[in-house]
Design a protein around this ligand. Structure first.
Ligand code: GDP
Ligand code: IMO
Ligand code: MG
Length: 427
Protein backbone atom coordinates (compact mmCIF):
# COMPACT_ATOMS: atom_id res chain seq x y z
CA UNK A 1 0.00 0.00 0.00
CA UNK A 2 1.64 3.25 -1.07
CA UNK A 3 1.32 6.80 0.23
CA UNK A 4 -1.78 8.96 0.78
CA UNK A 5 -2.04 12.71 1.14
CA UNK A 6 -4.69 14.36 3.27
CA UNK A 7 -4.93 18.12 2.85
CA UNK A 8 -7.18 21.15 3.32
CA UNK A 9 -9.36 21.99 0.30
CA UNK A 10 -10.34 25.50 1.45
CA UNK A 11 -8.64 28.13 3.69
CA UNK A 12 -7.59 25.78 6.50
CA UNK A 13 -9.41 24.45 9.59
CA UNK A 14 -11.44 21.98 7.55
CA UNK A 15 -10.97 19.21 10.13
CA UNK A 16 -7.65 17.74 8.96
CA UNK A 17 -6.65 16.78 12.50
CA UNK A 18 -9.77 14.69 13.04
CA UNK A 19 -9.51 13.00 9.64
CA UNK A 20 -5.80 12.22 10.12
CA UNK A 21 -6.41 10.82 13.59
CA UNK A 22 -9.19 8.64 12.22
CA UNK A 23 -6.77 7.00 9.76
CA UNK A 24 -3.84 7.13 12.20
CA UNK A 25 -4.74 3.78 13.75
CA UNK A 26 -4.40 2.03 10.37
CA UNK A 27 -1.24 3.64 8.98
CA UNK A 28 2.43 3.23 9.86
CA UNK A 29 3.63 6.82 9.45
CA UNK A 30 1.93 10.23 9.60
CA UNK A 31 4.08 12.99 8.08
CA UNK A 32 3.76 16.77 8.30
CA UNK A 33 5.35 18.17 5.13
CA UNK A 34 4.95 21.95 5.34
CA UNK A 35 3.95 24.79 7.62
CA UNK A 36 4.73 24.93 11.30
CA UNK A 37 2.97 25.92 14.46
CA UNK A 38 0.70 28.27 12.54
CA UNK A 39 -1.45 25.12 12.25
CA UNK A 40 -3.94 24.16 14.92
CA UNK A 41 -5.35 20.65 14.48
CA UNK A 42 -8.02 19.50 16.90
CA UNK A 43 -8.41 15.83 17.70
CA UNK A 44 -11.13 14.53 19.98
CA UNK A 45 -10.62 11.03 21.40
CA UNK A 46 -13.44 9.99 23.76
CA UNK A 47 -13.71 12.81 26.29
CA UNK A 48 -10.15 14.03 25.61
CA UNK A 49 -9.48 16.98 23.31
CA UNK A 50 -6.02 17.65 21.90
CA UNK A 51 -4.85 20.77 20.02
CA UNK A 52 -1.79 19.90 17.94
CA UNK A 53 0.29 22.61 16.31
CA UNK A 54 3.52 21.09 15.11
CA UNK A 55 3.14 17.41 15.83
CA UNK A 56 1.46 15.18 13.23
CA UNK A 57 -1.95 13.96 14.42
CA UNK A 58 -0.63 10.37 14.18
CA UNK A 59 1.14 11.00 17.50
CA UNK A 60 -2.08 9.97 19.24
CA UNK A 61 -2.12 6.50 17.61
CA UNK A 62 0.29 4.20 19.48
CA UNK A 63 1.27 2.07 16.45
CA UNK A 64 2.05 5.03 14.24
CA UNK A 65 5.38 6.82 13.75
CA UNK A 66 4.95 10.60 13.53
CA UNK A 67 7.38 12.40 11.22
CA UNK A 68 8.21 16.10 10.84
CA UNK A 69 9.49 16.32 7.27
CA UNK A 70 12.14 18.58 5.74
CA UNK A 71 9.48 21.01 4.44
CA UNK A 72 8.25 21.93 7.92
CA UNK A 73 9.53 24.94 9.90
CA UNK A 74 10.16 24.02 13.52
CA UNK A 75 10.07 26.30 16.56
CA UNK A 76 12.03 24.19 19.06
CA UNK A 77 10.51 25.81 22.15
CA UNK A 78 6.98 25.14 20.85
CA UNK A 79 7.85 21.59 19.87
CA UNK A 80 9.34 20.75 23.27
CA UNK A 81 6.38 22.32 25.08
CA UNK A 82 3.94 20.35 22.91
CA UNK A 83 5.83 17.12 23.58
CA UNK A 84 5.92 17.62 27.34
CA UNK A 85 2.22 18.62 27.35
CA UNK A 86 1.36 15.32 25.67
CA UNK A 87 3.70 13.32 27.93
CA UNK A 88 1.93 14.79 30.97
CA UNK A 89 -1.33 13.47 29.53
CA UNK A 90 0.17 10.01 29.13
CA UNK A 91 0.83 10.11 25.36
CA UNK A 92 4.01 8.30 24.31
CA UNK A 93 5.93 10.57 21.94
CA UNK A 94 9.17 8.60 21.78
CA UNK A 95 8.66 7.46 18.16
CA UNK A 96 8.74 10.99 16.74
CA UNK A 97 11.22 11.60 13.91
CA UNK A 98 12.36 15.07 12.82
CA UNK A 99 14.18 15.76 9.57
CA UNK A 100 17.65 17.25 10.07
CA UNK A 101 16.90 19.38 7.01
CA UNK A 102 13.81 21.05 8.48
CA UNK A 103 14.35 24.75 9.07
CA UNK A 104 14.24 26.30 12.52
CA UNK A 105 12.02 29.22 13.44
CA UNK A 106 14.50 31.37 15.37
CA UNK A 107 13.44 34.04 17.87
CA UNK A 108 14.39 36.73 15.35
CA UNK A 109 12.07 35.22 12.73
CA UNK A 110 9.18 35.59 15.18
CA UNK A 111 10.20 39.21 15.85
CA UNK A 112 10.39 39.99 12.13
CA UNK A 113 6.93 38.44 11.52
CA UNK A 114 5.39 40.67 14.19
CA UNK A 115 7.13 43.91 13.20
CA UNK A 116 6.47 43.52 9.47
CA UNK A 117 2.77 42.91 10.13
CA UNK A 118 2.65 46.01 12.32
CA UNK A 119 4.46 47.98 9.63
CA UNK A 120 1.96 46.87 6.96
CA UNK A 121 -0.86 48.41 9.01
CA UNK A 122 -4.22 47.90 7.32
CA UNK A 123 -2.53 46.04 4.47
CA UNK A 124 -1.42 43.31 6.86
CA UNK A 125 -1.91 39.60 6.06
CA UNK A 126 -3.18 38.75 9.53
CA UNK A 127 -0.50 36.12 10.06
CA UNK A 128 -0.45 33.93 13.13
CA UNK A 129 2.67 35.79 14.28
CA UNK A 130 4.60 32.57 14.66
CA UNK A 131 7.53 33.50 12.41
CA UNK A 132 6.43 31.28 9.52
CA UNK A 133 6.90 33.71 6.59
CA UNK A 134 10.31 35.08 7.69
CA UNK A 135 11.64 31.54 8.31
CA UNK A 136 10.64 30.38 4.81
CA UNK A 137 12.07 33.64 3.43
CA UNK A 138 15.41 32.83 5.11
CA UNK A 139 15.25 29.31 3.64
CA UNK A 140 14.77 30.66 0.13
CA UNK A 141 17.39 33.37 0.69
CA UNK A 142 19.80 30.60 1.80
CA UNK A 143 20.40 32.12 5.21
CA UNK A 144 18.16 29.70 7.14
CA UNK A 145 19.13 27.65 10.18
CA UNK A 146 18.39 23.94 9.94
CA UNK A 147 17.85 21.37 12.68
CA UNK A 148 21.20 19.75 11.82
CA UNK A 149 22.99 23.08 12.46
CA UNK A 150 22.25 22.68 16.17
CA UNK A 151 24.92 19.96 16.21
CA UNK A 152 27.82 22.07 14.90
CA UNK A 153 28.33 25.05 17.17
CA UNK A 154 30.76 26.91 14.92
CA UNK A 155 28.55 26.58 11.84
CA UNK A 156 25.52 27.65 13.89
CA UNK A 157 27.37 30.74 15.14
CA UNK A 158 28.42 31.71 11.60
CA UNK A 159 24.94 31.20 10.18
CA UNK A 160 23.15 33.12 12.91
CA UNK A 161 25.64 36.00 12.52
CA UNK A 162 25.14 36.04 8.75
CA UNK A 163 21.36 36.12 9.12
CA UNK A 164 21.43 38.82 11.78
CA UNK A 165 23.87 41.08 9.91
CA UNK A 166 21.10 42.05 7.54
CA UNK A 167 18.16 41.70 9.93
CA UNK A 168 19.67 43.94 12.57
CA UNK A 169 20.12 46.69 10.00
CA UNK A 170 16.46 46.33 9.14
CA UNK A 171 15.26 46.10 12.74
CA UNK A 172 17.24 49.11 13.96
CA UNK A 173 17.14 51.42 10.95
CA UNK A 174 13.75 50.68 9.45
CA UNK A 175 11.64 49.43 12.31
CA UNK A 176 13.29 51.35 15.13
CA UNK A 177 13.78 48.22 17.23
CA UNK A 178 16.75 47.01 19.24
CA UNK A 179 19.34 44.80 17.54
CA UNK A 180 19.32 41.09 18.44
CA UNK A 181 22.58 39.62 19.78
CA UNK A 182 23.80 36.59 17.82
CA UNK A 183 25.42 35.02 20.91
CA UNK A 184 22.13 34.98 22.79
CA UNK A 185 20.32 33.32 19.89
CA UNK A 186 23.06 30.71 19.54
CA UNK A 187 22.98 29.99 23.26
CA UNK A 188 19.20 29.57 23.23
CA UNK A 189 19.28 27.27 20.19
CA UNK A 190 22.12 25.15 21.59
CA UNK A 191 20.02 24.73 24.72
CA UNK A 192 17.46 22.78 22.63
CA UNK A 193 19.98 20.56 20.85
CA UNK A 194 20.27 17.84 23.49
CA UNK A 195 16.51 17.48 23.99
CA UNK A 196 15.84 17.25 20.26
CA UNK A 197 18.75 14.91 19.45
CA UNK A 198 16.91 11.58 20.02
CA UNK A 199 14.34 12.50 17.38
CA UNK A 200 16.55 13.80 14.58
CA UNK A 201 16.78 11.39 11.64
CA UNK A 202 17.28 11.02 7.90
CA UNK A 203 13.54 11.01 7.34
CA UNK A 204 13.84 10.81 3.53
CA UNK A 205 15.57 7.46 3.87
CA UNK A 206 13.21 6.23 6.60
CA UNK A 207 10.07 7.02 4.57
CA UNK A 208 11.34 5.60 1.29
CA UNK A 209 12.51 2.40 2.97
CA UNK A 210 9.14 2.12 4.68
CA UNK A 211 7.36 2.44 1.33
CA UNK A 212 9.62 -0.23 -0.16
CA UNK A 213 8.48 -2.51 2.66
CA UNK A 214 4.81 -1.81 1.82
CA UNK A 215 4.23 0.28 4.91
CA UNK A 216 1.44 2.88 4.74
CA UNK A 217 2.50 6.51 4.84
CA UNK A 218 -0.05 9.29 5.35
CA UNK A 219 0.88 12.92 4.66
CA UNK A 220 -1.01 15.43 6.80
CA UNK A 221 -1.26 18.91 5.30
CA UNK A 222 -1.34 22.07 7.34
CA UNK A 223 -3.37 25.11 6.23
CA UNK A 224 -5.27 24.62 2.95
CA UNK A 225 -5.26 24.89 -0.83
CA UNK A 226 -6.35 28.55 -0.95
CA UNK A 227 -3.56 29.47 1.50
CA UNK A 228 -0.90 27.92 -0.77
CA UNK A 229 1.91 30.32 -1.70
CA UNK A 230 1.62 29.34 -5.41
CA UNK A 231 -2.02 28.36 -5.83
CA UNK A 232 -3.79 30.33 -3.09
CA UNK A 233 -5.19 33.84 -2.84
CA UNK A 234 -1.75 35.48 -2.95
CA UNK A 235 -0.60 37.58 -1.13
CA UNK A 236 -3.16 36.56 1.51
CA UNK A 237 -1.61 33.13 1.94
CA UNK A 238 0.86 31.27 4.08
CA UNK A 239 4.48 30.87 2.95
CA UNK A 240 4.50 27.17 2.05
CA UNK A 241 2.83 24.64 -0.27
CA UNK A 242 -0.06 22.87 1.49
CA UNK A 243 -1.17 21.52 -1.92
CA UNK A 244 -0.41 17.93 -2.91
CA UNK A 245 2.92 18.66 -4.60
CA UNK A 246 4.21 19.99 -1.28
CA UNK A 247 3.96 16.48 0.15
CA UNK A 248 6.73 15.38 -2.24
CA UNK A 249 9.11 18.31 -1.83
CA UNK A 250 8.42 18.50 1.89
CA UNK A 251 9.26 14.85 2.52
CA UNK A 252 11.54 13.54 -0.22
CA UNK A 253 8.97 10.98 -1.39
CA UNK A 254 8.44 10.96 -5.14
CA UNK A 255 5.03 11.59 -6.76
CA UNK A 256 4.89 8.07 -8.24
CA UNK A 257 4.51 6.73 -4.68
CA UNK A 258 1.32 8.67 -3.97
CA UNK A 259 -1.86 6.82 -4.84
CA UNK A 260 -4.54 8.86 -3.17
CA UNK A 261 -5.04 12.54 -2.43
CA UNK A 262 -7.91 13.29 -0.05
CA UNK A 263 -9.27 16.83 0.22
CA UNK A 264 -10.79 17.76 3.55
CA UNK A 265 -13.78 19.93 2.79
CA UNK A 266 -16.01 21.74 5.27
CA UNK A 267 -19.73 21.69 4.45
CA UNK A 268 -19.54 25.51 4.59
CA UNK A 269 -16.53 27.85 4.39
CA UNK A 270 -14.32 29.62 6.94
CA UNK A 271 -11.23 31.77 6.79
CA UNK A 272 -8.92 33.34 9.41
CA UNK A 273 -6.89 36.46 8.65
CA UNK A 274 -7.20 38.92 5.79
CA UNK A 275 -7.98 38.32 2.10
CA UNK A 276 -10.86 37.79 -0.33
CA UNK A 277 -13.70 35.43 0.61
CA UNK A 278 -16.63 35.62 -1.84
CA UNK A 279 -19.23 33.74 0.25
CA UNK A 280 -18.43 35.47 3.54
CA UNK A 281 -21.54 36.30 5.60
CA UNK A 282 -21.89 39.39 7.74
CA UNK A 283 -25.39 38.60 9.02
CA UNK A 284 -26.94 36.29 11.60
CA UNK A 285 -26.35 33.22 9.40
CA UNK A 286 -22.60 33.91 9.60
CA UNK A 287 -22.89 34.41 13.33
CA UNK A 288 -24.86 31.16 13.66
CA UNK A 289 -22.29 29.17 11.65
CA UNK A 290 -19.53 30.58 13.91
CA UNK A 291 -21.46 29.72 17.08
CA UNK A 292 -22.74 26.28 16.10
CA UNK A 293 -19.50 25.31 14.34
CA UNK A 294 -17.31 26.59 17.19
CA UNK A 295 -15.36 28.60 14.61
CA UNK A 296 -12.63 30.11 16.71
CA UNK A 297 -8.92 29.71 15.84
CA UNK A 298 -7.08 26.90 17.65
CA UNK A 299 -3.75 28.76 17.39
CA UNK A 300 -4.61 32.43 17.81
CA UNK A 301 -8.11 32.33 19.32
CA UNK A 302 -9.37 34.69 16.59
CA UNK A 303 -12.97 34.38 15.43
CA UNK A 304 -13.08 32.68 12.03
CA UNK A 305 -14.87 34.45 9.19
CA UNK A 306 -17.77 32.23 8.07
CA UNK A 307 -19.75 31.78 4.86
CA UNK A 308 -21.69 29.33 2.70
CA UNK A 309 -20.11 26.47 0.77
CA UNK A 310 -18.23 27.58 -2.34
CA UNK A 311 -18.22 24.96 -5.10
CA UNK A 312 -15.91 27.04 -7.32
CA UNK A 313 -13.19 26.68 -4.70
CA UNK A 314 -13.87 22.98 -4.22
CA UNK A 315 -13.52 22.38 -8.00
CA UNK A 316 -10.29 24.35 -8.01
CA UNK A 317 -8.95 22.24 -5.11
CA UNK A 318 -9.81 19.07 -7.05
CA UNK A 319 -7.80 20.35 -9.99
CA UNK A 320 -4.64 21.73 -8.38
CA UNK A 321 -4.28 18.78 -6.05
CA UNK A 322 -5.45 15.99 -8.36
CA UNK A 323 -7.89 14.98 -5.61
CA UNK A 324 -9.14 11.41 -5.68
CA UNK A 325 -11.64 11.86 -2.81
CA UNK A 326 -13.20 14.33 -0.45
CA UNK A 327 -13.82 13.97 3.27
CA UNK A 328 -16.76 16.28 3.93
CA UNK A 329 -16.70 17.62 7.49
CA UNK A 330 -19.10 19.39 9.85
CA UNK A 331 -22.29 18.47 7.99
CA UNK A 332 -23.99 18.39 11.41
CA UNK A 333 -23.40 22.14 11.81
CA UNK A 334 -25.87 22.84 8.98
CA UNK A 335 -28.75 21.04 10.73
CA UNK A 336 -31.65 23.41 11.33
CA UNK A 337 -31.46 25.68 8.31
CA UNK A 338 -34.60 25.49 6.18
CA UNK A 339 -32.71 26.45 3.04
CA UNK A 340 -28.97 26.26 2.48
CA UNK A 341 -27.41 28.47 -0.21
CA UNK A 342 -24.43 27.03 -2.10
CA UNK A 343 -22.21 29.14 -4.35
CA UNK A 344 -22.09 27.49 -7.79
CA UNK A 345 -20.35 30.25 -9.79
CA UNK A 346 -19.23 33.87 -9.49
CA UNK A 347 -20.43 37.00 -11.12
CA UNK A 348 -17.50 39.20 -12.02
CA UNK A 349 -18.18 42.58 -13.62
CA UNK A 350 -21.48 41.30 -15.03
CA UNK A 351 -20.08 37.99 -16.36
CA UNK A 352 -20.87 34.53 -14.97
CA UNK A 353 -17.63 32.71 -14.19
CA UNK A 354 -17.57 29.00 -13.36
CA UNK A 355 -13.89 28.61 -12.46
CA UNK A 356 -11.62 30.40 -10.01
CA UNK A 357 -10.20 33.45 -11.80
CA UNK A 358 -6.41 33.56 -11.87
CA UNK A 359 -6.47 37.35 -11.66
CA UNK A 360 -6.38 38.73 -8.12
CA UNK A 361 -8.39 41.77 -9.23
CA UNK A 362 -11.16 39.56 -10.65
CA UNK A 363 -11.26 37.43 -7.51
CA UNK A 364 -11.60 40.51 -5.33
CA UNK A 365 -14.63 41.51 -7.46
CA UNK A 366 -16.22 38.03 -7.48
CA UNK A 367 -19.80 37.92 -6.20
CA UNK A 368 -21.29 34.52 -5.37
CA UNK A 369 -24.08 33.10 -7.55
CA UNK A 370 -26.15 30.94 -5.22
CA UNK A 371 -28.35 27.92 -5.69
CA UNK A 372 -30.47 27.11 -2.69
CA UNK A 373 -30.85 23.55 -1.45
CA UNK A 374 -33.54 22.38 1.01
CA UNK A 375 -32.23 21.83 4.54
CA UNK A 376 -33.08 19.31 7.29
CA UNK A 377 -33.91 19.56 10.97
CA UNK A 378 -33.26 16.01 12.23
CA UNK A 379 -30.21 15.39 14.46
CA UNK A 380 -27.61 13.63 12.29
CA UNK A 381 -24.81 13.24 14.84
CA UNK A 382 -25.64 9.55 15.42
CA UNK A 383 -25.78 8.64 11.73
CA UNK A 384 -23.48 5.73 10.91
CA UNK A 385 -24.22 5.24 7.25
CA UNK A 386 -25.24 7.43 4.35
CA UNK A 387 -28.76 6.00 4.40
CA UNK A 388 -29.16 7.10 8.06
CA UNK A 389 -29.06 10.73 6.88
CA UNK A 390 -32.34 12.54 6.17
CA UNK A 391 -33.13 12.71 2.45
CA UNK A 392 -32.33 16.43 2.21
CA UNK A 393 -28.94 15.94 3.87
CA UNK A 394 -28.22 13.11 1.40
CA UNK A 395 -29.18 15.40 -1.46
CA UNK A 396 -26.99 18.21 -0.10
CA UNK A 397 -24.00 15.84 -0.02
CA UNK A 398 -24.75 14.49 -3.51
CA UNK A 399 -25.09 18.03 -4.89
CA UNK A 400 -21.75 19.06 -3.37
CA UNK A 401 -20.11 15.95 -4.76
CA UNK A 402 -21.38 16.66 -8.25
CA UNK A 403 -20.24 20.28 -8.13
CA UNK A 404 -16.84 19.56 -6.60
CA UNK A 405 -15.49 17.00 -9.05
CA UNK A 406 -14.43 14.12 -6.81
CA UNK A 407 -16.33 11.50 -4.78
CA UNK A 408 -17.16 12.25 -1.15
CA UNK A 409 -15.82 9.17 0.61
CA UNK A 410 -16.48 10.14 4.23
CA UNK A 411 -18.74 12.56 6.08
CA UNK A 412 -18.11 14.11 9.48
CA UNK A 413 -21.21 14.48 11.65
CA UNK A 414 -19.42 15.50 14.87
CA UNK A 415 -15.90 16.15 16.20
CA UNK A 416 -15.34 12.65 17.69
CA UNK A 417 -13.49 9.81 15.94
CA UNK A 418 -16.66 7.72 15.71
CA UNK A 419 -18.84 10.58 14.47
CA UNK A 420 -17.98 9.76 10.89
CA UNK A 421 -19.86 8.11 8.05
CA UNK A 422 -17.50 6.07 5.91
CA UNK A 423 -18.69 5.62 2.32
CA UNK A 424 -15.55 4.34 0.57
CA UNK A 425 -12.60 3.06 2.58
CA UNK A 426 -9.44 5.18 2.29
CA UNK A 427 -7.09 2.25 2.86
P1 GDP B 1 -7.81 21.52 11.12
O1 GDP B 1 -6.90 22.69 11.32
O2 GDP B 1 -8.12 21.29 9.68
O3 GDP B 1 -7.33 20.26 11.79
O4 GDP B 1 -9.19 21.92 11.81
P2 GDP B 1 -9.38 22.63 13.25
O5 GDP B 1 -9.09 21.64 14.31
O6 GDP B 1 -8.66 23.93 13.29
O7 GDP B 1 -10.92 23.00 13.18
C1 GDP B 1 -11.90 22.01 12.95
C2 GDP B 1 -12.85 21.98 14.16
O8 GDP B 1 -14.00 21.24 13.83
C3 GDP B 1 -12.27 21.28 15.39
O9 GDP B 1 -12.78 21.88 16.54
C4 GDP B 1 -12.78 19.85 15.25
O10 GDP B 1 -12.88 19.17 16.49
C5 GDP B 1 -14.13 20.08 14.67
N1 GDP B 1 -14.65 19.05 13.77
C6 GDP B 1 -13.98 18.27 12.86
N2 GDP B 1 -14.85 17.52 12.15
C7 GDP B 1 -16.08 17.83 12.62
C8 GDP B 1 -17.41 17.41 12.27
O11 GDP B 1 -17.64 16.62 11.35
N3 GDP B 1 -18.45 17.98 12.97
C9 GDP B 1 -18.25 18.90 13.97
N4 GDP B 1 -19.30 19.41 14.59
N5 GDP B 1 -17.01 19.31 14.32
C10 GDP B 1 -15.96 18.78 13.65
P1 IMO C 1 -4.57 24.82 9.95
O1 IMO C 1 -3.48 23.81 9.65
C1 IMO C 1 -6.32 28.70 9.00
C2 IMO C 1 -3.53 31.88 7.85
C3 IMO C 1 -3.35 33.05 8.79
C4 IMO C 1 -3.05 34.16 7.80
C5 IMO C 1 -2.22 33.44 6.72
C6 IMO C 1 -0.71 33.62 6.88
O2 IMO C 1 -5.05 24.79 11.36
O3 IMO C 1 -5.66 24.71 8.94
P2 IMO C 1 1.07 32.59 8.55
O4 IMO C 1 1.19 32.71 10.06
O5 IMO C 1 0.92 31.19 8.07
O6 IMO C 1 2.14 33.35 7.82
O7 IMO C 1 -0.31 33.36 8.21
O8 IMO C 1 -2.55 32.06 6.83
N1 IMO C 1 -3.29 30.55 8.45
C7 IMO C 1 -4.27 29.68 8.76
N2 IMO C 1 -5.61 29.80 8.64
N3 IMO C 1 -5.77 27.54 9.43
C8 IMO C 1 -4.42 27.41 9.52
O9 IMO C 1 -3.82 26.24 9.80
C9 IMO C 1 -3.61 28.52 9.20
N4 IMO C 1 -2.27 28.74 9.20
C10 IMO C 1 -2.09 29.98 8.72
O10 IMO C 1 -4.50 33.31 9.54
O11 IMO C 1 -4.23 34.58 7.18
MG1 MG D 1 -6.81 24.51 12.36
Amino acid sequence: MPALVLLGAQWGDEGKGKATDLLGGSVDYVVRYQGGNNAGHTVVVGDQKYALHLLPSGILSPGCTPVIGNGVVVDPSVLLAELSGLNERGVDTSKLLISGNAHIITPYNVTVDKVTERFLGKRKIGTTGRGIGPTYADKINRVGIRVQDLYDESILQQKVEAALDVKNQMLTKLYNRRAIAADQVVEELLGYAGQLAPYVADTVLVLNEALEQDKVVLFEGGQGTLLDIDHGTYPFVTSSNPTAGGACTGSGVGPTKISRVIGILKAYTTRVGAGPFPTELFDEDGEALRRIGGERGVTTGRDRRCGWFDAVIARYATRVNGLTDFFLTKLDVLTGWEQIPVCVAYEIDGRRVEELPYSQTDFHHAKPVYETLPGWSEDITKAKSFSDLPKNAQNYVKALEEMSGAPISAIGVGPGRDETIEINSFL
